[in-house]
Design a binder for this molecule. Structure first.
Ligand code: TTP
Ligand code: MG
Length: 214
């Protein structure tokens, strides 16, 4: 990557793929060189009850908790040009244009976020826009917790059963609620009952419902 100009890199894939760990790897490189940077994470991700970004390997770094691109903008002073954001899928789609404009101004931006939701579809408009705008995309996979093959999907499990297609999009959680799955072992209930089996052809009216799970 050319470090003299701005760029947007998206680290993406399912849960348990090591997206946060990869983000931290980039951050630790800068720490060693004492280069200035800012790390953000969305207000919604309260899994660890701390402002740190924490990977499954328990590596961590301090982050600023923000709810919108406007809040991020307020921190962009003192000439800091390098920005990291974890859980980017939890920001609204405007963040894509906001980050695109920053790259034009020479900012170097690395974000991490889910490509697909528990339904196996693009997580939302935010990630779609970012993947289109990105200069670099690093797509990671996890390992299927059933058969140990490469896992591009995230399985949501509710009371021991695969989640249903119309369950709420956002359910913050970890290993108690989600598993990494390959295409063969991944299951979604009720998707076949959709009219024309079209993804998202019914309004996902419960999208705004946010549930916090283990
Ligand atoms: P991630 O950081 O993507 O999960 P992770 O930490 O296991 O992955 P990695 O090691 O690659 O960093 O966090 C995803 C969050 O999104 C988690 O709180 C669960 C939530 N989520 C939803 O709200 N809806 C969904 O459909 C899915 C798949 C996850
Ligand atoms: Mg993560």
């Amino acid at each position: 990557m050319d470090k003299r100009i701005g760029y947007l890199k998206v680290i993406t894939g399912p849960m348990f793929a090591g997206k946060t760990e990869e983000l931290l790897r980039h951050i630790h490189r800068l720490q060693r060189a004492k280069k200035k940077y800012l790390v953000f994470k969305p207000q919604i991700d309260n899994r660890h009850n701390t402002a740190d970004v924490i990977s499954h390997q328990n590596n961590k770094t301090e982050a600023l908790i923000v709810s919108s691109s406007q809040k991020i903008e307020k921190y962009l002073h003192n000439g800091v040009k390098t920005i990291f954001i974890d859980e980017i899928q939890f920001f609204s789609p405007e963040i894509a244009n906001f980050l695109g404009n920053l790259t034009q101004q020479g900012h170097q931006i690395i974000v991490a976020g889910l490509d697909k939701n528990f339904c196996g579809e693009p997580f939302n408009e935010t990630i779609k826009a970012l993947l289109a705008l990105a200069d670099y995309v690093e797509k990671l996979t996890a390992i299927c917790q059933v058969c140990q093959k490469e896992a591009p999907f995230t399985q949501r499990i509710i009371n021991g059963q695969p989640a249903r297609y119309h369950d709420p999009l956002i359910l913050v959680g970890g290993q108690k609620t989600y598993e990494a799955r390959c295409g063969s072992c991944y299951v979604i209930q009720n998707k076949a009952n959709m009219p024309n089996n079209q993804p998202n052809s019914l309004p996902r009216s419960k999208n705004t419902l946010i549930i916090i799970a283990g």
